[in-house]
Design a protein around this ligand. Structure first.
Ligand code: ADE
Length: 225
């Protein structure tokens, strides 16, 4: 999978993909992430990329020209399956959307800043708008990092244990059950006996019951669908 990201703050995206699982995914050639600085595409002496909103009001709006020039430059190289704009008024990201997007070849993500981007770019270039939650970040970069991570870990071969993404919370519509590791007893707090019993089927049933219980109490909305 190849992901291109358009941003005015490329430094914000240096860290998240250079460590741990996202780094491993790139080292193995399973994921390519290319961050593109929008600033050089700005106009005039100051490489301007934003301007006041028509109609007045506080805040700057990212202009069409720099965004379109960079987008079309990238589109000349490859076809994008989706052009995703990260925005708090987009579709709220959920595991089902991550699963679907992880099957695509080329994604272009656009990070907004200031008051956002000119609506005409959203109308004519963007194919999907994603929010990572009902709160406002100072830009789309951290949201793009969340999205890349959630997709990258689903690519076959990225996680050490091929099955482990399948047992994540949300993959079967339930939250994940509790997990324990050694020691068996810590300060008198014990690991549930069933997990030490060696009965695979019973352990499986216990995990399912726990996942169901946890989902009922914490996220009953997941059981409604
Ligand atoms: N940009 C600013 N806030 C955001 C959010 N919650 N999700 C996605 N992009 C954003």
């Amino acid at each position: 999978m190849r992901i291109d990201i358009i941003t005015v703050q490329p430094q914000l995206l240096e860290g998240p993909f250079s460590h741990s699982i996202m780094k491993r995914a790139q080292d193995k050639g399973l994921l390519e992430v290319h961050v593109h600085d929008l600033r050089p595409y700005g106009t005039g002496k100051y490489k301007q990329i934003d301007d006041y909103a028509f109609g007045g009001g506080a805040g700057m709006v990212m202009q069409m020209e720099p965004l379109v020039t960079l987008t079309e430059e990238l589109q000349a190289e490859r076809t994008y399956d989706e052009i995703i704009y990260l925005t708090p008024d987009g579709e709220q990201l959920a595991q089902s959307r991550c699963n679907g997007l992880s099957l695509r070849q080329n994604l272009l993500m656009v990070c907004g800043h200031y008051k956002g981007i000119d609506q005409r770019y959203r109308d004519h270039f963007v194919t999907l708008e994603i929010s990572i939650g009902d709160y406002v970040l100072s830009g789309g970069e951290l949201a793009a990092a969340v999205l890349v991570d959630s997709l990258g870990r689903l690519l076959p071969g990225v996680l050490g244990d091929e099955t482990s993404a399948l047992t994540d919370s949300f993959q079967d519509g339930l939250l994940a059950p509790p997990v324990y590791t050694r020691p068996k007893s810590y300060r008198g707090w014990e690991v549930p006996d069933i997990l030490l019993s060696g009965h695979e089927a019973k352990i499986e049933q216990w995990r399912y019951d726990q996942a169901m219980e946890r989902t009922k109490t914490r996220r009953p909305d997941l059981l409604e669908d």
